[in-house]
Design a protein around this ligand. Sequence first.
Ligand code: SF4
Length: 171
Amino acid sequence: MPLLAAALILLALGAVVLWLSRRQRQQAGLPAGRVIYADPKLWGQVEKPLFSARLNLTGKPDYLVDQGGLILPVEVKSGRTPSQPPDSHLFQLAAYCLLVEETFKVRPPYGILHYPKRTFAIDYTPELEAALAEILDEMRSWTGKRSVPRSHNQASRCAGCGYRSICDERL
Ligand code: SF4
């Protein structure tokens, strides 16, 4: 019985954490991912990186899918399948949505994040676009600086980073 009670408490805590993280994301204006079925057979390889001269931005999504004239970027992630995509994946996909719009002159309503066990549609909302623009502005403001502050508090990211041995900000 105590084991069952502990399991129920853990379950409830998990639900609260999930609810809090979703609420935090909504308050930040970032869209939550919608789980979808997407057929990889319809995804087309991207020959060369997309480029925006206006934004001085380039990037190459893993695939593009043509859905009745709408071009959607697809990013494939390996490793653990999250219950919701992390912000870094959202912004990477948002950058691809922006590049797709610049290149094909049609705004993608959403992009696709594909994990081993789940596929999410991420709405390319004006709020997500605005949050991306802020990040790009901030990144540009650091261009040419000798030292750039760490943008996260995840020791696991530093543990696997190729710059770890020379980075003063490593965790
Ligand atoms: S080691 Fe430095 S560059 Fe690498 S993830 Fe950590 S803070 Fe970023």
